[in-house]
Design a protein. Sequence first.
Length: 262
Amino acid sequence: MRVHVVSDVHGNAEALARAGDGADALVVLGDLVDFVDYYDHGKGILGRVFGAEKVEVFARLRRGRMGTETVHYVRSLWDSLDDAASVVREAVLEQYTELFAAMSAPTYATPGNVDSPELWPRFAHDGVHVLDGESAEIGGLRFGFVGGALRSPGFVRRPGAPWYPYLRTEEEYGAALAGLGEVDVLCTHIPPAVAELTYDVVARRPELGSASLLAAIERVRPRWSVFGHVHQPMARRVRVGWTECVNVGHFQRSGTPHVLRW
């Protein structure tokens, strides 16, 4: 069997259409939406709505800590629109229409934090399976899927925001993992809480990894744990006991899937 795994697609439908070439199945680990394009500020939803110059300001602020200046700047952008929520929803639906159409069959997909999982069921069809807190058998192995990312300490969901990232508490995340039972491959958007896997060497800061995921790896001992989320990790692979933990790469930029063979 040969399975291709991608994560952090961020709008790259052209590469996604080729991601399943030569594979028996394609696994997509989320972040389909290109919300803020840090490489081309004119692209992504923010670039399309507000223009490259304003996104450049946001990107510069975002490279530091997500402080009050950044929060106020983003709010000022959304407040300049009459119906920001409708604008974002329309843009997300437009991207999803293109991205799900690019998925080859069979595809097994779980959402990332830069996704709107409530919209995903409408795009599932024969050969494209949407899974979150669920398992599927692929080539005789059991693949378990848990989507989303963790809420940072002190996170407050602002009422009336035009868009919400897909975030869970550690307790919610752990419950979803426990519901999978025994699996051979753990498929998540975020990494386990291992320092080498969570630290982004370009952004120069750690992302949140899951302690519940690390505990599940130690308990269940799957053959592989695959994930994305950290675009430039200190280490792409770390072995935890019997399990090879692999960051499958920043697919938007690489266009190259990670390959699992057995």
